[in-house]
Design a protein. Structure first.
Length: 256
């Protein structure tokens, strides 16, 4: 059974069709990519899977359960985490606080513990902090732990956002343009980081990315989306050489 299966998903914004008859299967531990020109519907698909939008038609099945209609926090609790194309970070919070807050969905010390500072609360808070530091070390940004997020370079902020997503202990991680705005050196480092967290944590990863080298280096299977429809699906070599993809998206660019 696939970890995630999307069947016949279609979505309209008013009279505008954004996604049409979209199908997807993601297996446990797989890295899969989604590419396409601006406005193709890629982020809309992420928003539909994570409950921000409800599809007009279709099914989204995660671990055998149809999750259509569930709110985003319940979908996240089931094991789907994501990052955003435009990072959603809180300007007043430190790096460590960003990651710690993602653990709080698993709090079990109750309202009394929160007010009275019970031993259970102190123990769990210490566990959250220790785990948060581990994730920051994994992402290579532990030295920024006590800095306010706005003091960090752009590439480091991206890493903090991923660490926050990992704090929810996902089975499926959705990355929306993780290398956007990065220098070539930062892009290479991000590819290495994604490959490392995949190796260490073993979750499935579904990523959107315009930087073709990122997709080609990381993904086992790639879908190409155009005007809300999948026009090609295959291995990196198949996508690289598909004339339909070249015409719709890659143009004359040769990806090496």
């Amino acid at each position: 059974m696939a970890l995630l299966e999307v069947e016949g998903m279609t979505h309209y914004f008013g009279g505008l069709r954004a996604v049409h008859n979209y199908n997807l299967q993601i297996q446990r531990g797989e890295i899969r990519g989604l590419i396409g020109p601006n406005g193709a519907g890629k982020t809309t698909i992420f928003n539909l899977i994570t409950g921000i939008y409800r599809p007009t038609r279709g099914r989204i099945v995660f671990e055998g359960e149809d999750i259509v209609g569930l709110p985003p926090h319940r979908i996240a609790a089931r094991g789907i985490a994501r990052t955003f194309q435009n990072m959603l970070l809180w300007r007043h919070m430190t790096v460590l606080e960003h990651v710690k807050v993602a653990h709080y969905a698993r709090i079990d010390y109750g309202l009394v513990g929160a007010f009275l500072g019970t031993p259970r609360r102190r123990r769990q808070e210490a566990e959250f902090e220790e785990r948060s530091y581990e994730l920051l070390r994994m992402m290579g940004v532990e030295r920024f732990a006590n800095k306010v997020i706005t003091e960090l370079p752009y590439g480091a902020q991206r890493r903090v956002e991923i660490a926050r997503a990992l704090a929810t202990e996902p089975k499926l991680l959705l990355l929306d343009e993780p290398a956007a705005g990065m220098t070539p050196e930062e892009m290479i480092e991000m590819v290495d980081t994604i490959r490392r967290i995949h190796s260490m944590l073993g979750m499935a990863i579904f990523l959107i990315e315009h930087r073709m080298r990122v997709v080609m280096d990381l993904c086992e299977t790639i879908q190409t989306l155009n005007f809300g429809e999948v026009i090609a699906e295959g291995t990196p070599d198949e996508i690289r050489n598909d004339p339909v993809v070249i015409e719709a998206y890659l143009g004359k660019e040769v990806v090496t």
